[in-house]
Design a protein around this ligand. Structure first.
Ligand SMILES: Cc1ncc(COP(=O)(O)OP(=O)(O)O)c(N)n1
Ligand SMILES: Cc1nc(C(=O)O)sc1CCOP(=O)(O)O
Ligand SMILES: [Mg+2]
Length: 202
């Protein structure tokens, strides 16, 4: 799985940052009319196709199906409402959020493309009922997830990545560290460099 996983809130951001080398990007639109969400997903789908990036549609599994997108991310509550069978029949890959062992067990029964664990560190993006999970828990999740790839999310920054990958994460997802950066394009490149596997000197 791609080690760098960018999450953006608007297709304009996706178009700005993907050309810097992003290969896995989630469009996470909140609080917009559905017609606007549809427009943005369509634009993102076409832009990612041209740039060889994998688009992940957050929440809007129905639009993803309708617009022939190939990957969705769903939280536990999203799963309650989604037609997982229809997604599966359409060959759509599904990434799932998890925060505790009950959620992880439930997620793994769906044979997802990945499970995400968060928030690994405190996050400023949204209020959550879970405290920081920490790196030990990343390691535990990796063991329990077996062959299912593990995405770490929440409060991640480039300097935290060595620990996150060493603990067992296959991929690291980010919102605010790039969204709030003075130079988001440069910060994206920093992330890509920090996510590159480290080769031991000969
Ligand atoms: C990679 C990744 N992990 C977790 C989430 C969170 O999904 P969810 O719990 O459904 O919350 P919202 O993002 O919809 O607010 C995610 N989007 N991506
Ligand atoms: C959207 C989201 N979901 C999480 C989870 O734990 O499920 S943590 C999170 C926020 C990620 O943003 P940042 O990189 O700014 O902390
Ligand atoms: Mg959601």
């Amino acid at each position: 799985m791609e080690r760098f996983y960018l999450i953006v809130g608007h297709v304009g951001r996706l178009e700005l940052l993907v050309p810097h080398g992003v290969k896995l990007v989630q469009l996470r639109i909140k609080d917009q009319p559905k017609a606007e969400v549809r427009r943005q997903i369509t634009r993102a789908r076409d832009f990612c196709a041209v740039h060889g990036a994998q688009l992940v549609v957050n929440d809007y599994w129905d639009l993803a199906l309708d617009l022939r997108c190939s990957f969705v991310h769903l939280g536990q509550e999203d799963m309650d409402n989604a037609d997982l069978g229809a997604l599966r029949r359409a060959g759509v890959h599904i990434g799932l959020s998890t925060h505790d062992e009950t959620e992880l067990d439930r997620a793994l029964t769906q044979d997802p493309a990945y499970v995400a664990l968060g928030p690994v560190y405190p996050t400023l993006l949204k209020k959550m009922k879970w405290g920081p999970q920490g790196l030990e828990r990343v390691g535990r999740w990796k063991q329990m997830a077996g062959r299912t790839p593990l995405v770490a999310i929440g409060g991640l920054t480039p300097d935290r990545l060595p620990g996150v990958f060493a603990a067992g994460a296959d991929s690291a997802a980010v919102v605010m560290d790039i969204q709030m950066a003075q130079n988001p394009e440069a910060r994206t490149r920093d992330w890509i460099a920090a996510c590159a596997p480290q080769v031991a000197p000969a």
